[in-house]
Design a protein around this ligand. Structure first.
Ligand SMILES: C[S@@+](CC[C@H](N)C(=O)[O-])C[C@H]1O[C@@H](n2cnc3c(N)ncnc32)[C@H](O)[C@@H]1O
Length: 262
């Protein structure tokens, strides 16, 4: 990884890029007039770019950069405002005031929807293993403006933590989050997730482990939720009950903590 700015970067952005380079102990490259293609060719490694209005990660093997764009989450939030259904909200049984631990943040769409549904009294902690992705998404969650106050506040309330989820879960007290959520990378490529393409080169592909699920069960007060391909062996392997949906390639499964929860 190297850090640079856009060609038209303002002074405080140069400082921000320098700060990130120091924090991650990676080279800070003064951009001057270099094109992104030239930088990628010269360094042959990912480039974190501090721009004036966003932060992006370019990868030498990926055409499009990774950056925070809450378009999917915003569409889903608008549907919720229209009293339409959201399969994640339904599967997780999300309600106002709940606490949610998202163990696989990615672009944070599900974290945003969790925060939006749980409201001001709720709490969402989002874990991401790739520190560069976590930084770009954290920046977006704090700075991106949709024009809808409750949506922007939901983004800003999310607490992002850079951590492997097993390590984090092990440090939590039992029953300390209502919901523990896993959305690991799929085994097979699903066309519907094309908006996640730039994430694919950067994301952690660790498989969901039995230890993670066991820890998730200990830490969750209400339920553990898994999102995966509809025919994924992970549901059966880890004891999740999948909720079938007509003509969807993706399913949610749950492990209930309390008897009587269905
Ligand atoms: C499919 S994406 C999640 C997408 C997310 N639900 C969303 O709405 O944008 C999975 C993410 O989990 C991260 N990840 C995978 N294994 C992890 C682990 N053990 N600890 C923390 N993050 C992990 C990957 O780097 C990737 O960003």
């Amino acid at each position: 990884m190297i850090i640079t700015t856009s060609k038209q970067a303002k002074g405080n952005k140069v400082q921000r890029a320098q700060y990130l380079a120091d924090k991650w102990e990676v080279p800070f490259v003064i951009r001057k007039k270099a094109s992104m293609k030239a930088l990628l060719r010269e360094w042959n490694q990912p480039v974190y770019v501090v721009e004036n209005d966003t932060e992006k990660i370019y990868h030498p093997d990926e055409e499009h950069p990774f950056y925070f764009h809450p378009s999917m989450a915003w569409l889903r939030a608008k549907r919720l405002l229209n009293n339409e259904r959201d399969t994640f909200v339904e599967a997780a049984g999300l309600q106002e005031g709940m606490s949610v631990l998202d163990c696989t943040m990615g672009l944070a769409s599900d974290s945003i929807i969790a925060s939006f549904s749980a409201g001001e009294k709720g709490k969402v902690t989002a874990l991401e293993g790739n520190r560069y992705m976590a930084e770009a998404v954290t920046w977006g969650l704090k700075e991106w403006k949709s024009g809808n106050e409750s949506f922007d506040e939901a983004c800003q309330r999310i607490n992002v933590v850079v951590s492997d989820h097993v390590t984090f879960l092990q440090k939590q007290q039992s029953d300390s989050f209502d919901i523990v959520y896993f959305d690991p990378m799929f085994h097979e490529t699903i066309d519907a997730s094309t908006h996640l393409h730039p994430l694919k080169k950067l994301a952690w592909y660790n498989d969901l482990t039995a230890e993670a699920v066991e820890e998730g069960k200990r830490v969750a007060k209400e339920r553990v939720v898994l999102k995966d391909e509809v025919h994924s062996p992970r549901f059966h392997l880890h004891g999740f009950t999948p909720r079938k949906r007509k003509s969807s390639k993706i399913a949610f499964g749950t492990i209930e903590k309390k008897e009587g929860n269905t």
